[in-house]
Write a protein that binds this ligand. Structure first.
Ligand SMILES: Nc1ncnc2c1ncn2[C@@H]1O[C@H](COP(=O)(O)OP(=O)(O)OP(=O)(O)O)[C@@H](O)[C@H]1O
Length: 556
């Protein structure tokens, strides 16, 4: 920082020294020979030195700003990764991405701008001081021309800002349209709607063309007008300085200096006019990044009790939960799941099955009541260690870009090839080879294009065998897989379920039949609870669900 300040002062002094020395030499023109050579040598030396100092100053600034942005991006990315799932309900991935990259860069450009402006302002003060020292009246004349230029720059800044924000808005619209059409491309293709999608895009693209042209026209006016105003101001100084020189108040060298100083003042002054709004934008960007870093976690803990192993007994007492204030999913929810019990959760859509699973997995926090695991308040347990003992298999497990082996090894940090092979062994080698034709070294694409739902489930189950969780939460896919793959998955599941507490949001009859207990969820409460045959005999909600949904899965 000190080095940077010294370079700012040094390069400003050098830049200001050039017109000062030249003006002095002009006044000594009659004194001797070789003046032109000495003058030229001085100008070259000063230019080289000033270039060197400016280079060092800018390199130092880049190093400083780069360091700050690097740390800010690390902290923002770290904060985004630490956020609970609930955070991503309100903040889309795109929004978080623009906080971590776009906003941190916005902040960096303001830092660079500020450092440049500080050095330029220092030069302005230096040159202004010399002009006033030469002649106060001339200094006042130059000073009087500055507000005119400043006012023009401010007015243009407003115009430029309006044009820029219109361009930003329309670009956001273009991006959103492209994003949406690409997301739904398979649907568009299957309905033969490509031309309609193109027409939608063309409409916003025409809008963006019009806005761009308007912005170009506005910018085309700004610079020539500012140059004209600068020319007028120079004319005033030429006239007045000339008069003072004729009157003997100024030497020709001082007159030259005043004109040079004026030329050097324009740029910082016009830049200062646009500085404030850019500075505010940068601060707003920084605020957004800090809001991400400082925002509270949705899952609140009040203890860090160690968790090494769990028996897996789960109990909810008077649990209250809603995703948003005033919309409760659970009012006064009670439930007890014994250790190592397999519970199938069924019910109509919106009944609260996934919500229950998310609360047990600590993806969300509840607002009232108690959630006990092995008789201990879940909020008193070390969150990371607790989550490490709970394995969640979502309906559509995510596949990362990398080899199949990498994707399985994801289940346990540091797992090697032998561990992956062992996990496959536990699933059942025949089961695996029948459903997974690819080799462990084959590369999968992010999102899992080219990998079926059943295969993704098998990858996720292999990850679970590596992880060895004490509580398994599984959301079965609704999409039916072929009977052979279903049998493979069921075989893998029965191995995974043994000796663990399992909560499975069940869509397959085979899973329901195998469960120790079935919970029928309805409007945020347990409407029925019991064994398969018992619930069928009861003739209630489960019997209804069975008749309308599960019965068709019975083998003929
Ligand atoms: N992220 C969310 N934000 C706000 N409300 C939500 C969210 N997720 C679920 N809900 C609401 O909570 C209620 C319970 O939903 P939940 O997903 O638990 O039901 P479900 O029984 O699992 O349904 P499905 O079988 O369709 O998955 C529903 O009214 C749903 O609209």
């Amino acid at each position: 920082m000190l080095g940077s300040a010294a370079l700012v002062v040094g390069s400003a002094l050098l830049t200001a020294a050039v017109p000062v020395v030249i003006s002095r030499m002009i006044d000594q023109v009659g004194d001797g020979t070789g003046l032109g050579v000495r003058l030229s040598l001085f100008v070259v030396a000063a230019a080289v030195l000033a270039w060197g100092m400016n280079w060092a100053r800018q390199a130092l600034a880049a190093w400083l700003v780069g360091g700050v942005v690097y740390r800010l991006q690390c902290e923002a990315a770290d904060a985004a990764l630490a956020k609970d799932v609930a955070f991503y309900d309100d903040n889309s991935v795109g929004k978080v991405l623009s906080r971590v990259t776009g906003d941190t860069e916005g902040f960096s450009s303001v830092m660079t701008l500020t450092l440049n402006l500080i050095s330029q302002m220092f030069l302005v003060l230096l040159l202004g001081g010399v002009v006033f020292w030469i002649d106060v009246d001339l200094g006042l004349i130059i000073l009087a021309t500055l507000p005119l230029l400043l006012a023009a720059a401010l007015a243009f800044r407003r115009l430029a800002r309006m044009a820029a924000s219109a361009t930003r808005r329309v670009m956001a619209k273009v991006n959103a349209t492209v994003h949406e059409s690409m997301l739904g491309i398979s649907v568009a293709k299957s309905f033969g709607r490509e031309r309609a999608v193109y027409r939608d895009f063309d409409e916003v693209n025409r809008l963006s063309y019009a806005v761009y042209v308007r912005q170009g026209l506005i910018y085309a006016v700004i610079l020539p007008v500012l140059t004209l105003l600068a020319g007028l101001a120079t004319a005033v100084v030429v006239y007045q300085g000339g008069r003072f020189a004729v009157l003997g108040r100024l030497s020709p060298g001082e007159w030259y200096f005043a004109l040079q100083a004026l030329g050097m003042l324009w740029q910082p002054v016009t830049q200062a006019a646009s500085f404030w709004s850019l500075f505010q934008q940068g601060l707003a960007a920084a605020e957004r990044v800090f809001a991400l870093i400082d925002s509270d976690h949705a899952v609140v803990q009040h203890g860090n009790e160690p968790v090494t192993r769990l028996d897996g007994e789960i109990e909810a007492r008077g649990l209250r939960f809603g995703y948003a204030a005033g919309t409760a999913v659970f009012h006064d929810f009670d439930l007890r799941i014994a250790a190592r019990e397999t519970v199938a959760v069924v019910g109509h859509t919106g009944g609260g099955k996934s919500t229950l699973a998310k609360l047990i997995a600590r993806a969300y926090d509840f607002q009232g009541g108690e959630l006990l695991v092995d008789g201990r308040d879940v909020r008193s347990l070390d969150l990371g260690a607790y989550r490490g003992r709970v394995g969640v298999v979502p309906q559509h497990p995510f596949v990362f870009a990398g080899t199949l082996a990498d994707n399985i090894a994801y289940g346990r940090p540091g797992a090697g090839h032998a561990d992956v092979e062992r996990a496959i062994e536990r699933i059942g080698p025949q089961v695996w080879s029948r459903s997974m034709p690819m080799s462990l070294h084959d590369t999968l694409s992010a999102g899992g294009q080219g990998v079926s739902v059943g295969q993704r489930q098998l990858i996720a189950l292999a990850r679970m065998f590596l992880r060895e969780p004490d509580i398994v939460i599984l959301d079965e896919p609704t999409a039916s897989v072929d009977p052979l793959t279903e049998r493979d998955i069921q075989n893998a599941l029965s191995r995974l379920f043994t000796g663990r507490t399992v909560l499975v949001i069940a869509h397959r009859l085979s899973t329901i039949r195998r469960a120790d207990r079935i919970l029928v969820m309805h409007e945020g409460r347990v409407a029925e609870d019991g064994g398969f045959d018992e619930l069928l005999r009861r003739g209630g909600r489960f019997a209804g669900l069975y008749a309308t949904y599960y019965a068709h899965q019975e083998p003929a």
